[in-house]
Write a protein of this length. Structure first.
Length: 144
């Protein structure tokens, strides 16, 4: 069975690689390379999968999932300037693709503390940047 839980956070960023020339950044990232940055109201969906616990009748403890997402994602990114406040983006552009990968890594790093073996597994991260830009990351996809 699968369960998807939805969260929201707001963050700003500038799509820019400091190791690239200014002109290359402008060509690759266009208006998103604005030196003053810009912001998004992100919508995050976290999907977990696993068996229903026969005792509780539940797939996952939602309070534990919420606490993990709050600690690792919302607390780190909400109202943050991703370029300046998130160390992972010191060496790469904070694209939504890279943000989804960072969210996956943060959740997986502490997953077993919240959900011991035999419990639900993190299956998918879905991150909506705009009405037209929605990114899905299947956690165990070995391409990323």
């Amino acid at each position: 069975m699968k369960l998807t839980r939805r969260y929201r956070f707001a963050a700003s960023h500038r799509l820019h690689r400091p190791d690239w020339p200014e002109e290359t950044n402008r060509l690759v990232y266009g208006k998103c390379n604005n030196p003053h940055g810009h912001g998004h109201n992100y919508e995050l969906e976290v999907t977990v999968a696993g068996p229903v616990d026969p005792d509780s009748g539940r797939l996952a403890d939602l309070a534990r999932l919420d606490a993990l997402v709050d600690a690792e994602v919302i607390g780190a990114f909400d109202h943050a300037n991703l370029n300046q406040e998130v160390p992972a983006f010191a060496s790469c552009a904070p694209t939504t693709e890279n943000l989804a990968l960072e969210i996956r890594d943060r959740l997986l790093r502490r997953w077993r503390e919240s959900f011991p073996a035999g419990g639900p597994e993190l299956e998918k991260i879905k991150l909506r940047e705009t009405k037209r830009n929605i990114f899905e990351l299947f956690v165990h996809d070995h391409e990323n």
